[in-house]
Write a protein of this length. Sequence first.
Length: 644
Amino acid sequence: MDRQSSFDRSDKVFLLLVLAALAAAVFLALMRDRIERGNRTVALIVDSDDARTAAAAAGLPMPDFLAALREAGASALAVREITVGELVRSGRLLAMSVSGRTNLATRDRELGPVLREAMKARLPHVRAAASEAPFVLSLDVGMDQLDTVPVLLRPEDLRAARGAGLPVVARLLNFPASSPGAVQAAAAEAQAAGARLVVFGEEEVLGYDGLLRETAEAFRRHDLLYGYVEMAGQQGDDTLARLLRDRVVRVHSISDSDMLTISPDVAVPRFARAVRERNIRACYVRLLLRSSRDPAAVNVAYLKRIADALRAEGFRIGPPAPFRAPRGYPPRSLRLLVALGLPAALLLLLRRLAPIPFGWAWGTFAILLAAGVAVGTARPNLVVPLGGLATAVVFPTLALVWLLQAARGSGTRLPVSLLLGASLFGLAAASAVSVGGALLIVGLYSRVGYLNGIDRFAGVKIAYLVPLALVAAAVIADLPGRAEPLSLWWRRARLRVTQFLGRPILVIEAAVAFAALAAIVFSLTRTGNQPLVIPSGAELKLRGLLESLLVVRPRTKELLLGHPALMLAVALSLRGRRAWLPVVALLACVGQVSLVNTFCHLHTPLYVSFLRTGHGLWIGAAVGVVTILVWRLLLDRPPRKAAP
């Protein structure tokens, strides 16, 4: 290690501030882990339409089939609203439209009054008149406008659920020209049916888009929970989730199109993974409706496998509940202490990049604090996103720059054991710095609402690109990270950059650089909750193998790319081989950024993130050892002795 790159007094104070912030973040992380472990109940919800189809195919009364599903692990039946158009098409209503006026007739004595009240609540501005025996409801509106208007939760499904002893989950529908009264009526209908959880049907949430506040108010008034289906893309779902932060339950489901081809061997681990790794607390289970000898037995066995898989993970089957925090969580003082560590960490990084004098460093620190206070006063909702993004940029950059400056060697050929030891230590040290940054992000995003994925980490692409640019600049300019005259620092940096840009590029170097940049771009397309490029079949098989062996799968970009590259970068730096170092350092940076990004998936339980990180490190270290041995054998041979 280079003795000249050691800390001065200012750096030690900044480091102490970062360590104090880290201690506060660890305390907040432990409290969050306790909250996550305290909510272990998961609902298994069966779709009523699927259940009715499977029961008919098996020749069973629906209550009997539902009772068998309940014994297998089902905890609720999702019952959807039926519309005027469905009632007409099923023959329960007769519709006659003339000159923009529609008459709806039925001989069902129970349906008539329900229809009248439903139309009164959902279409309050439409003139209506009713007559009895037979019941006829006359409305001043065309049938094309009535077709999608919901009337009631399917009554036969409600009766079947009660007969089987299954609670109800309401599937409410939105419709054009919905009104505040319609929203209230739908919520009241769900409550009257005994539902606590609501999962919306079709492409929109109730009240989209001008009545979402009314929907949230109706849910609170009728004590309903919102089933927030992950990655469903329903219009208005994110906005409603933010309005109902304390009433959100994350739901996972498999789409109808996927259910046509998916096998239970794939679907069961998918549900278990969603619950374990993404804080899903309700599984909306679509049944297997493909041809089979015994549809009832197939689906009972399928549901039992899902329930058994969840119980094996330590979860309970039952009614879901939102995450609840103890009173006073998160403590404001601890979050402020976490935030105080950010400008200190930034100063540590800046002083690794440029020789900032003592006075300038503390002046910059004061300016950063003042800017933070100003943002917190004027736009308090920006403090956490900006702080989280700054942390995600600073810490992986600091880890790589600091490590490579400390590992600068003279070019002496070292024993392979020393290279391996230094490389393993470098991986551990850099990763410890990055994990420290990840914990600060956990501390900043410590409110319970983040556990439901309502608010997400902002700026993932920036958090990838900026560290790559800074690390590349630091390596190319050969920044020493020590105190020296600014003029000397500038001359050296300019000389190194000029030499780098003016050096002839060999074909093999260009090919390797292109491959490395392609790998970096590819990794960027795979970041975020909805990546641009989906995994290939071979990668999915590798993921499945790793998951079956390790329970929590590490990130491929860390174990096969970033961590081995970091170890090789340390070896290259110690050997003074700087020609290849910029490219290898960029690949190493991908691993450290990915490590921090793991903890930016705020709805992932902390213990899962730590397991994923740990597995990535030990497997990446093993791959790195092999990489260094191959490099040593092929590219770091001792010079041949001249013939006598």
